[in-house]
Design a protein around this ligand. Structure first.
Ligand code: BTN
Length: 260
């Protein structure tokens, strides 16, 4: 299958205000953060690449993008008060949910789940990572970077990754059209973002039902604070709920650093 992007179809998506395509780039999030500083940038602005050479993950993590993977970033302008409070967490969940729904469209019987707040897992292995960053120069602009293992074989990945990650092509046993995956993700994302702005409880029910951490004992690290407890799911605001010895703790930011 021709693995190149159909840019005309992507440009025609009503949700997008602009598209920038690069054959190769270090990180689409880096480019999107540069663009976010431009006052008149039309948003949502999509930065798409065929090949990312220095992808970044959360914290000091890197994101390995083998040939055939899907890597892109959106510059969003968020005005709604609701979205602006704890925006990174909520936008991450909206993005993760949209990737889950895309995988469910393509592979209806597949067990796809989200790992709060920014990962998508498929049959217990990581399929997608999401990195949401705020533009520090102006309030309300966010970059949401999404990397999905689509046509990249994890057999070509560093050994420490091949055991814990998976790609859509390996599951489907056929090549997948990256344009189709991208358009589905963006379409779900635009709908879910609207629902998030309007405080939809149905949206919260959907991210709850896909939470892979429910019932597991976890450690969440946010800055210098570590919270250990049994996961009680995700609440309507997008916070991870942990049952600790001192009661229920709501985590609205941070990273799951350990699952016991
Ligand atoms: C993580 O798993 O920690 C998040 C990974 C995010 C990777 C995506 S790929 C597109 C965008 N550009 C980057 O440099 N990172 C994100």
């Amino acid at each position: 299958m021709d693995n190149s992007f159909d840019l005309a179809r992507i440009r025609a998506l009503p949700f997008l205000a602009g598209l920038e395509y690069c054959r190769e780039i270090d990180s689409t999030n880096n480019r999107a953060l540069e663009r976010a500083k431009q006052p008149h940038l039309p948003c949502p602005w999509l930065v798409l690449t065929d090949r990312q050479t220095k992808g970044r993950g959360r914290g000091t993590n890197q994101w390995w993008s083998g040939a055939g993977s899907l890597t892109f970033s959106l510059v969003l302008e968020c005005r709604g008060k609701r979205l602006l409070s704890q925006a990174e967490c909520r936008i991450s969940l909206v993005a993760a949910l949209s990737v889950c729904e895309t995988v469910q469209d393509l592979l209806p019987h597949a067990l796809v789940q989200l790992k709060w707040p920014n990962d998508v897992f498929f049959q217990g292995k990581k399929l997608c990572g999401i990195l949401v960053e705020a533009d520090s120069s102006r309030g309300g602009r966010f970059v949401v970077g999404i990397g999905v293992n689509v046509n990249n074989s994890l057999r070509a990945a560093p050994v420490e990754l091949s055991a814990i990650a998976i790609s859509l092509t390996e599951v489907a046993e056929q090549s997948i059209d990256r344009t189709d995956v991208l358009l589905r993700i963006l379409t779900h994302f635009s709908e879910n973002l609207t629902h998030c702005e309007s405080n939809s409880l149905a949206l919260a029910d959907r991210w709850r039902s896909l939470c892979m951490l429910h019932g597991r004992t976890l450690c969440v690290e946010a800055g210098k604070q570590r919270t250990i407890g049994v996961c009680q799911g995700i609440d309507d605001e997008g916070a991870l709920l942990l049952q600790t010895e001192a009661g229920i703790s709501r985590c609205l930011s941070g990273m799951v650093v350990q699952i016991y």
